[in-house]
Design a protein. Structure first.
Lengths: 411, 259
């Protein structure tokens, strides 16, 4: 009889002891991402503002990405080493039909636009990285103007690979982009995505990322323009001791909507993740969104995670949405922190620079450059960080006279 | 030969407790090559005068003029005042994270001169000036004033004074927080810059010790928002002896702390 009672007690939902609330984990339903993962478009409803994932997005401006379309195929793709030389040994470029080879292997589409991208496109570009590759690989994506197009890229790094990839977008575009990144055991890889779009461009991106056991991945995103840019990044680990460093920089002009959503999943023990996104917003109707999700699963003791978002509002009228979401399902972790801020320009810094003869507009640029520069410096790969600073300087020097442009570009 | 004429200046600030009148009819004329010491007790408005001339947005001008060679700088933005030839060495130089000293100095020089300095001469001039101020070359690559000690910040201010070559330099308590060696190095820098460019100096201080290194031609006592007495260098000695009590309004607390 006593035995039956015990069994019944085990089946009961545990009730936390008010004197020792941490003794039994509360039987709370998880609020973790339960959204579907599927290659089928019909698995996802058409985005609407009342859906959590789309609440910040001006969906009426990107309606063309909600149903399967025939891609124009006009997007120009060029792949070389970053100095323009042919691909080095260890870098293999291939094209496969979508769904074959390495494509479609890193998780599955996770929202309507990523399922539409998968079903609209027909080929995937596969970049296989093996061994120690000294120089970064550069993938140039030049937009096809107003014609809708889809592009699917797979970055597949072998075990113990050491490699850097820079993906650069420019021109005008209506581009649905799918990116799969998978890194092998003990590899050390960086991937950098630069969006230097024209002001009219629309871009929905979906990165699905898998970090190998004992591997480190530095994933950077720099978005400096576009009418609507929305990039969602979902990641998980493939084993213990993985390290993920996500870094983001964005600069938003009047009327633009720039959105980044990161989803970091700790599903293995002793992995580390850092997400640091910084943005500057300038002018009326400039709108940025950062949503940083981090989930620490019961299978991930020893997790060390941190996410941070900072926004610098340069002039009145801009809106920065910043939303960190943390779900911790394991009490045995090193850390799970987050920080988020939206701040105005510091008037004392501005006055100091102005009192040295630097006009207000220039002073703002210098401070913005510094705001981003601190982050770029942390990349620690000179070929990549120098390239990024060039891109940022080019953006800041827009509309300057030649002499000042020169000064802004000199470091 | 340039002239800076401050005429009957009234300035207030807005505080939580309401409007506070700080400058109450300040008038002063400074010519190129002259060094004026402006001395007075804490809270008398000396620093307000300095920041008002430089154009800090906190200080609201009610009336009066500040004519630099006939042009009222009070109607200009802070950067225009710098271009017109005004330089303020601040008591608490501001840290600007992420902006390197090199980039900052070169940008400022370009703006003040109206053209970018030639890279070769500029680099030479910069490193020579830093060497004279006994500044570690690594400061050039660090962010503006970030992590600098008090003395390093003051040297960086004097470095800018040497490089930007203004017509008038306002030194706001440049001596505060400096040990004897740093005070000497900073003062020598100011003297060297003055020797080279013959600018006028308005030196705000309440200690007399800096006057041993930077010799004033004229000493003013500033109290309760205006100039109350003007004399030669001997006036500083008198202040050293007797303090500011004689210049404070009846019944006011003396905050005088003469070294």
């Amino acid at each position: 009889m006593a035995e039956t009672e015990n069994k019944a007690a085990e089946l009961n939902i545990p009730v936390a002891d008010p004197n020792d609330p941490y003794k039994i984990p509360a039987a709370m339903p998880s609020s973790a991402d339960r959204a579907p993962r599927s290659f089928e478009v019909s698995a996802f409803p058409v985005p609407a503002r009342d859906q959590e994932d789309w609440r910040y997005t001006p969906i009426d401006r990107i309606g063309e990405f909600f149903d399967v379309f025939k891609p124009s195929g006009e997007t120009e793709i060029e792949v070389s080493m970053i100095d323009g030389s042919p691909l080095a040994e260890g870098v293999t470029l291939s094209q496969v039909r979508l769904g074959e080879g390495a494509s479609g292997t890193v998780s599955k589409p996770n929202d309507r636009v990523s399922a539409v991208e998968w079903n609209s496109g027909s080929t995937a570009t596969i970049l296989r990285l093996d061994g120690e590759i000294a120089q970064p690989v550069l993938v140039k994506v030049h937009g096809a103007g107003e014609d809708l197009d889809a592009f699917h890229l797979v970055i597949d790094a072998a075990d113990r690979a050491h490699a850097d990839v820079v993906v650069e977008h420019d021109g005008d575009a209506r581009l649905a982009e799918g990116v799969e990144i998978t890194t092998g055991k003990d590899s050390h890889v960086s991937t950098t995505f630069i969006q230097e779009w024209d002001r009219t461009a629309k871009h929905v991106g979906n990165h699905r990322i898998h970090v190998g056991e004992g591997a480190s991945l530095r994933h950077s995103v720099v978005t400096l323009g576009g009418d609507v840019v929305r990039i969602r990044m979902d990641q998980d680990f493939g084993g213990e001791q993985g390290e993920l460093n996500m870094l983001g920089i964005y600069f938003v002009d009047p009327g633009e909507h720039i959105e980044h959503r990161t989803m970091v999943v700790h599903n293995h023990p002793d992995c580390k993740s850092r997400v640091v996104y910084k943005g500057a917003l300038d002018g009326k109707g400039a709108h940025s969104t950062w949503v940083g999700n981090a989930l620490i699963e019961p299978t991930a003791p020893g997790t060390d995670s941190y996410e941070l978002n900072r926004n610098l509002v340069l002039t009145p009228g801009a809106i920065a949405d910043s939303e960190p979401n943390l779900e911790i399902e394991n009490g045995n972790i090193i850390g799970a922190g987050h920080a988020s801020s939206v701040g105005r320009f510091d008037d004392e810094e501005l006055f100091y620079l102005e009192s040295r003869g630097i006009p207000e507009a220039e002073a703002r640029k210098l401070v913005v450059r510094g705001f981003f520069g601190e982050l770029v410096e942390e990349i620690g790969i000179p070929a990549v960080s120098d390239h990024l600073m060039d891109v940022i300087d080019r953006r800041l020097a827009r509309g300057e006279d030649a002499a000042m442009a020169q000064v802004l570009e000199d470091k | 030969m340039s002239t800076l004429e401050i005429k009957d200046l009234y300035v207030h600030v807005e505080t939580k407790e309401g409007t506070k009148q700080i400058l109450k009819g300040a008038s002063l004329t400074v010519n190129s090559g002259e060094t004026h010491a402006i001395m007075g007790p804490n809270g008398s408005g000396k620093s307000t005068l300095a920041y008002t001339l430089a154009g800090h947005p906190k200080y609201v001008v009610d009336s009066g003029e500040a004519l630099l060679d006939g042009q009222d700088i009070l109607k200009m933005t802070p950067d225009e005042r710098a271009k017109a030839g005004l330089f303020l060495a601040m008591q608490y130089p501001v840290e600007v994270p992420g902006v390197s000293m090199t980039n900052f100095l070169r940008t400022a020089k370009t703006e003040v001169d109206g053209e970018a300095p030639s890279i070769r001469t500029w680099t030479k001039e910069l490193s020579a000036a830093m060497k004279r101020l006994k500044m570690d070359p690594k400061f050039a690559t660090r962010s503006v004033n970030e992590g600098f000690s008090g003395g390093e910040k003051k040297r960086a201010e004097v470095l800018q004074l040497e490089l930007l070559k203004p017509k008038f330099a306002i030194l706001d308590e440049t001596d505060s927080g400096l040990d004897v060696d740093a005070l000497r190095i900073v003062s020598e820098g100011v003297n060297r810059a003055k020797e080279a460019n013959q600018f006028g100096i308005l030196m705000v201080t309440h200690y007399t010790r800096i006057l041993k290194y930077i010799k004033p031609d004229i000493v003013h006592v500033f109290a309760d928002g205006h100039f109350v007495k003007t004399g030669g260098p001997e006036l500083a000695d008198e202040l050293e002896e007797n303090g500011y009590d004689a210049y404070l309004p009846e019944g006011a607390d003396s905050e005088s702390a003469l070294a």
